[in-house]
Design a protein around this ligand. Sequence first.
Ligand code: FMN
Length: 228
Amino acid sequence: MTTAFEKQIVVAITGASGAVYALRLIQTLLAAGRNAHVVVSGAARQVFQQELETGLPSRTGECPEWMEVIHTVTEGAGNGLWKFRPMTGLPGVTPGKVFQYGSSDFHSSIASGSSLTGGMVICPCSMGTLSAIATGASTNLIHRAADVHLKERRPLILVPRETPLGIIQLENMVAVSRAGATVLPAMPGLYHQPKCLGDLADFLVARICDHLKIPHSLSSRWGQAVES
Ligand SMILES: Cc1cc2nc3c(=O)[nH]c(=O)nc-3n(C[C@H](O)[C@H](O)[C@H](O)COP(=O)(O)O)c2cc1C
């Protein structure tokens, strides 16, 4: 039985490469009946334009416009690069909704520990945001919400992407890991024999959902048959 607060998942999107992961993650959360509470950094909007040739809705509050972007990109109608297997809804599950927050809106619910959630994912996570969390800087809503999840001992998953990694970045990963976060790098495996780029993204999103204990139908598990 999932409680009302466990259904609320914070998804922060920062300016590292891998914009498509964020879209597929939000789509998967909604299909599982979770509400996605989304915050996007200014740099992330630049990356979306660069990688997916799409802008993002800016409306705060309930923001169904996210669904249009998700459908356009995941069905290959954007720049045509990304094609995903159809998202199969979970039986008996009412799809969740997207709520968006401004990246400087410290009055918003997710800036406070009194607002209960089932966890937070920063996907993708830039080295800049990683650093701000490791040092407790809290200069924008993404840093603040991450800080809240750590201090309240709630799940916080960081999906960093950079290569190679310098000592500062490695030490920041150790620091957030010690503080209770899960560092889940954007490193899709290849052993599941991906058939398309979407399969690579699904590998990663599946691992994120597994860590949040959110059911999904994204990929088969090791030891089980790979779907064709
Ligand atoms: C197209 C593009 C790709 C980028 N890729 C990365 C990346 O993979 N990893 C990273 O740490 N920063 C990357 N950056 C740099 C970050 O966006 C930059 O450091 C920014 O200050 C991060 O701010 P944010 O954490 O508030 O989003 C990229 C920037 C652009 C415009």
